[in-house]
Write a new protein. Sequence first.
Length: 88
Amino acid sequence: MDILFISEILVVIALVILMLAALRASAYKSTSMGLLGSSVIVNAFAVALLIVGGLYNLEFYRDISLALIFFGFVGTVAFSIVLGGEDK
């Protein structure tokens, strides 16, 4: 087995553990922790999609992961602006 293949599998496993930890963190009562947890889950999923797409030669994995990263960031910023209220 190639060392690159083994390291990519280990990174995907680490990203799944990160997603589970972020899911647990987003279950707290504050809205900011939910926002942070969902943002981490989206970014970890996008990176895992890049790695798995490269391993199995999927067709549109770069486009989907780029859209996930971009719209996840835009959604996080928009939601935090809505929750932030007015500037005084």
